[in-house]
Design a binder for this molecule. Structure first.
Ligand SMILES: NC(=O)C1=CN([C@@H]2O[C@H](COP(=O)(O)OP(=O)(O)OC[C@H]3O[C@@H](n4cnc5c(N)ncnc54)[C@H](OP(=O)(O)O)[C@@H]3O)[C@@H](O)[C@H]2O)C=CC1
Ligand SMILES: O=C(O)[C@@H]1CCC=N1
Length: 316
């Protein structure tokens, strides 16, 4: 069955009259296998400064969901061998950051936060600076504020900035991104970014002061959950179960529990109670977790990551 995916298609329908601004087809729909079909794809050129895990996740999700032609994508990295994989994916590669800035309309800043100044310094040559105008910069750098970004990027005339905190599960269509537009970002910029983010998951616009705390959950959280999955699997292995089935069942159990929370709309505590039989097996496990301080540990993890984001944002 083919059906209209609510959010993406609402956006496309809403933007029907603004097709030229968005330069993307209105004819996008999702099949039940989540494949997006477009007659026309994003026409803007999209660039990545930095070729790491997150750039790859964003790029590959755009390709997977057919949002852009690889020929429209440019990526810069300081090391040639890092770019081999991008060559295999048919993207344009360069060792020169300024080539990406010059050629692309939308530029994802995707280096480590402490490398921002270093990267921006190599994103232009004085001779061609004037040519680098009216660009949309999308920063995914944890901790780096819009104020810092707008200052650093103010040398590019007419630049607009959006700060995003995405996460790697966008690679499998389950991304969670939060974003906050800078003062010059337009409605079209936001719509286009949301199309990119929402085809591989969900996104929410939030006030900037929410990016670090929510990002601690959604950006760093996948690592916390991998650790939990690994630990659940370890527990099973300790009880004599083969690793393959233990990890598969740990991951599927986490996935199933997450879907129960999202699809039943029940409070997680209620769902937990529904599993815990009186005097049964589950409550014995819950007691062990509570004795180990798992809840406090999880809360501390979010707090630590959010605090660290502030520190990272201040590093030069
Ligand atoms: N990973 C995640 O889950 C998330 C990451 N983020 C943010 O995304 C950003 C990137 O993270 P991630 O992809 O994990 O990091 P990676 O280290 O995987 O990627 C960064 C890439 O940038 C390259 N690089 C280094 N210096 C420069 C430079 N001057 N110009 C261009 N490229 C350069 C690095 O090359 P080399 O390796 O050769 O040094 C590396 O490939 C970070 O700011 C992080 O805070 C945000 C949300 C989630
Ligand atoms: O660990 C980090 O700093 C980055 C930001 C969010 C996820 N990874």
């Amino acid at each position: 069955m083919i059906y209209y995916h609510s959010f993406v298609n609402r956006l496309f329908l809403k933007n029907f009259k603004r097709r030229s601004a968005l330069q993307i087809s209105t004819n996008v729909f999702l099949c039940n296998n989540k494949t997006i079909k477009t007659q026309n794809k994003i026409q803007q050129r999209i660039g990545f400064i930095g070729d790491g895990n997150m750039s790859k996740a964003i790029f590959r999700s755009m390709i997977k969901y057919n949002l852009i032609d690889t020929s429209q994508v440019y990526v810069a990295s300081p090391f040639k061998q890092n770019l081999d994989i991008w060559v295999k994916w048919n993207a344009n590669v360069t060792l020169d950051n300024s080539e990406v800035t010059e050629k692309c309309d939308i530029i994802f800043l995707a280096v480590k936060p402490y490398l921002l100044s270093n990267a921006v310094a190599t994103m232009y040559s004085e001779k061609k600076l004037k040519k680098i105008s009216n660009k949309l910069f999308v920063s995914i750098l944890a901790g780096i504020t819009l104020e810092t970004l707008e200052n650093v990027l103010s040398k590019f005339p007419g630049s607009r900035v959006i700060r995003v905190l995405p996460n790697t599960p966008m690679l499998v269509g389950e991304g969670c991104s939060i974003f906050c537009p800078g003062k010059y970002a337009t409605r079209e910029d936001i719509d286009l970014l949301q199309i990119i983010l929402n085809t591989s998951g969900i996104s929410e616009q939030v006030p900037e002061n929410m990016i670090n705390p929510i990002g601690a959950l959604s950006g760093s959280g996948p690592a916390f959950v991998y650790l939990i999955i690994e630990a659940l699997s370890d527990g099973c292995v300790r009880m004599g179960v083969h690793r393959d089935i233990a990890t598969k069942f740990a991951a599927k159990t986490v996935l199933g529990a997450a879907k129960m929370v999202l699809e039943t709309n029940k409070h997680p505590g209620v769902l937990k109670d529904e599993v815990c039989s009186a005097g049964g097996t589950t409550i014995a496990g819950i007691h062990a977790l509570e004795k180990a301080g798992v809840r406090g540990g999880m809360m501390n993890a979010i707090e630590a990551s959010a605090i660290r984001a502030v520190e990272v944002g201040k590093q030069k």
